[in-house]
Every structure is written in C-alpha cells, then in structure tokens.
Design a protein around this ligand. Structure first.
Ligand SMILES: [Zn+2]
Length: 479
C-alpha cells in the first residue's frame, strides 16, 4: 500500500512497525458542541483508511481520544476552556456537556457509516498517565515550571517544526491570540503541559498534581492516550490538516522527548472542507451539521458519497448544488443495483479482475474516487448478476454507502406498489388479473406463445395496461 506521509511530504510504501499489524491513532472531537460537516469529512476519510487497511489484510488497532478537558479557545494555550464555554452556554455541568456531545458525535458517525474505533478514551480518564509523562519530561529537562504552569521547552529540540508544508495561515493559528502572549514562556512556540494558573480560574475539572491543583494541556492528552493504549511505536496518526500545527507538532515533540526515540511513522492529514467563502468552521458561523442535512432531506450517506468522490488530500468545496448532484447519482446507483437479479453462474476470474481494480485504488493512497469508479465498473463486467451483486456487496463493506440495503428497500417499495390494488378494481378482480399476469409470464418462459397471446387479449378486453420495468411488472386499468 502507498500512503502520503505529511512528515516526509511524499507518497511512501506503507510498512508498519510490526508486519501485518497497524497501530492507528485518531484525534477525537472536543465535545462541547455538535460536529460540523467539515470535521466529519476528516472522520469519514479516516474511516476509509481504516477499512481499506482491513480490506487489504492488515490487523488494525485504532484508538481515539475524547477531549473533555484542556482544549482552550485557541489551539495554542490562550483563551478559555472550550468545554467550560459550552457548559455555560447550555447551563449544564462540563461532564453533562461532555456526555451529551460525545453521544451526539457517535450518532452522527453511525449515520455517516463511520465505524467506532475499538478504543475510545475520554481525556479525564487518563490524568495519572498525563502527570507521569509531564514528570518524565521535567526529569529529562524537556520541560520547565514558570508562573505555576509546566511548559514544554521547544528550544531543547533539534527541530520543532516537523511538517515542512505548513502554510502561513496554518502556522498563524498558534500565534493568533498572541496579543495576550503568555510572559511565562521562554519561547513563543513553547506550550503548556499542565496548568495550575490561568486567567480563567473557574475551571470546573481540576486534579491534584506535583505542581499543584490544575488540569492537563490539550496536546498531552493524545500523547498520553496513544502511548498507553497503542504502545511506544505508532504506525499512523490521523487528523484534519488544521491539527498539524500546533497540535500534532506538539504531540511529536512531547512523545519523542518522553520516549527517547522516533514515535509515529506516518501522518495522514485530511484537507479542509470549503464553501464559496473559504474554509468552513464553527467560528465562522456556517455551522452545517448532520441533523441539518437530514432536515433538508439529505441522507447522510449521500454526504459520505460526496466526500468519497474526491481525494482526501485535496480541499473539497461544499455547495448544496454539488450535494444535489451526488444525491441524484446515489439514487441512480441504487436503482441499477435494485434491477440486478440474484441469479447466474459464478465466474471467479471475472470477480477477481474487479476486485484487483478496487484494491489497487485503495492501495494508491486511499483513492476513493477511483474506488467508486471500480464499483461502477461492476455493471459493465461480463459476469452474472449474482456475481455483480456479490462484488457490490463486498466493495460496499469498505465504502459503507448502504447500497445493498437501499436497493433492497427500493425493491420492497416497488413490490408493495405492485401488490397494491389499483384504483377502481375490487380485491377479487385484482387477484384474477395478478393470476392472469403470472400465467402469462409462465407461458412466455415456456415459449407457449398461444397461451401468452390469449391472456394478452383477455387482459386487453378488461382494459388492463401491463408495464414491464427492470424491477418487475406493474399494471393499471385504462380509463
Ligand atoms: Zn490529538
């Protein structure tokens, strides 16, 4: 498999630390509000990475944190705790807010076909691990205490900025709030590992520590949780590109200083979701959620398909016009699948050729738009309908667009429509006509044209109009 690695800025052959096994970490949500569809794009594409790895035969262990403390209003160390702001907004406690929005997040994920990682860890459950890590960093002199807080000393590193491709806008995030610059820091790029003093001393959640009562910084969470649950060597770390700096940069600094060796080999970053005005974000007020899409009549899986249509490393521009186009494509795709019969011989070589193309697209840096093309290729293949259905089912277990279920539902609806009694006909008459149509179908199959024609004439005499569709036969009485 080839994966683009933000660390080396190249597509590389993926070789995990332990053969066949993948340790994967994902930065989870800060649970102070609903997730917007821009964040969810990252989770959809990370889900595609995990499922691709599994489909290609890797044994994947994946962990995700839930940030329920320590994430301040800016991604740097200034501003108020996001959780506290959320709690005040809704007049609830921080833990109530955390529970509510954690549940909401996983409900959204389920609707979008995103598998829940097997390890999901709230930051507040690992405080001892964070304290231990900070102690070691102090011992190793990678950290210092100033003004009551513990800071990471970025000057101790041979190189702090590890992702070479960060643009000025991304780098700006860390210093956006530098108007209220923290005078305790030796260098602007230093960051807080543990807070005991902050301008906002009404922080609800605090713990005892060797440095006084306080709470962990946001960055230490991911390092602590990842090392605790996935060990000292991480294969893939994923996240949205806006987390590359400062969050992931700081994670690497802490983890490698703590462990004393390189930590994570591959960094998988998903690019922004934009709209006509630029990057979508909560702070800009264009707050599109899964529920809002549903209210507007969109199946969340249509949004998933919209995301899969382009590569995760390209910014994606959202508009309702483009989502409408995807909705039409999705509907047509489901109709084509619904029209496939469940019969036919099995052709292993034919199926393997389709499978190879699908695999190749995933192996090529999770190229989901090519994977969709490979799915469409199934219809053109010279294999039986039964094989086509089996291949679509197999591919959709990775793509998770709910195609087979949607096609079954469509067929059930059509069946109900067919078996419904048309207007102006009694139940007995309908049963008679259905029986005649069934008899005609039998006769046609047996090439008994005489009987088939006689039935056709009888139906015509009763003013019955029979319509053949790919999904079967429907009829009504001509007025
Ligand atoms: Zn993280």
């Amino acid at each position: 498999m080839f994966l683009y690695n933000t660390l080396t800025q190249r597509k590389e052959i993926f070789t995990p630390h332990e053969e066949g096994k993948v340790k994967m970490y994902t930065c989870g949500p800060t649970v102070y509000h609903f997730a917007h569809i821009g964040n969810l794009r990252s989770y959809i594409m990370e889900d595609m990475l995990e499922k691709s790895l599994r489909y290609l035969g890797y044994d994947v262990t994946r962990a995700m944190n839930i940030t329920d403390v320590g994430h301040l209003s800016s991604d740097a160390d200034t501003g108020e705790d996001k959780m506290l702001k959320g709690a005040r907004r809704e007049k609830k406690t921080v833990m109530e807010i955390a529970q509510f929005y954690t549940d909401a997040f996983f409900t959204d994920c389920e609707k979008l076909g995103i598998k829940k990682p097997e390890i999901v860890v709230p930051a507040t459950s690992c405080i001892d691990e964070f304290i231990h890590m900070v102690e070691v960093l102090l011992e190793k002199e990678y950290a210092y205490i100033a003004g009551g807080n513990v800071y990471f000393d970025t000057a101790k590193l041979p190189s702090y900025y590890v992702f070479g491709n960060m643009d000025a806008e991304d780098l700006d995030v860390g210093v956006r709030d530098s108007v209220e610059e923290d005078s305790n820091k030796k260098s602007k790029s230093d960051f807080v590992l543990w807070f005991t003093k902050s301008k906002f001393d009404d922080q609800e959640l605090k713990w005892d520590s060797p440095w006084g009562i306080g709470y962990p910084g946001w960055h230490i969470e991911c390092s602590g949780i990842s090392v605790k649950y996935l060990g000292e060597y991480l294969d893939i770390h994923c996240g949205g590109i806006d987390n590359a700096f400062p969050h992931h940069t700081n994670e690497i600094a802490q983890s490698e200083a703590y462990l004393g060796h390189p930590w994570c080999k591959y960094w998988f970053h998903v690019l922004h979701l934009n709209d006509a005005r630029g990057k979508m974000s909560k702070s800009k007020g264009d707050f599109l959620t899964v529920s809002l899409l549903e209210e507007k009549g969109y199946d969340p899986l249509v949004y998933r398909m919209f995301c899969l249509q382009s590569h995760y490393r390209k910014p994606l521009t959202f508009s309702f016009e483009s989502l409408d186009n995807t909705a039409v494509a999705y509907k047509k795709l489901v109709q084509r699948i619904a029209a496939l019969k469940t019969e036919g011989e099995h052709d292993e070589a034919g199926c393997e050729a389709l499978r190879t193309k699908f695999k190749k697209s995933l192996e090529n840096d999770v190229n989901t738009s090519l994977a969709l093309t490979a799915l469409y290729d199934v219809f053109k293949a010279k294999v039986s309908d039964a094989d086509k259905l089996a291949m679509i089912k197999e591919f959709d277990e990775v793509l998770t667009l709910g195609l087979i279920a949607a096609a079954d539902k469509l067929n059930r609806e059509l069946e109900e429509k067919r078996s419904a009694i048309p207007e102006g006909v009694t139940a007995e008459e309908a049963a008679e006509i259905n029986a005649l149509i069934a008899k005609r179908t039998e006769a046609r199959k047996a090439k008994d044209w005489g009987t088939a024609d006689a039935i056709r004439d009888e139906l015509a005499a009763r003013h019955v109009v029979v319509i053949d569709t790919p999904q079967g036969i429907s009829w009504h009485i001509e007025k």
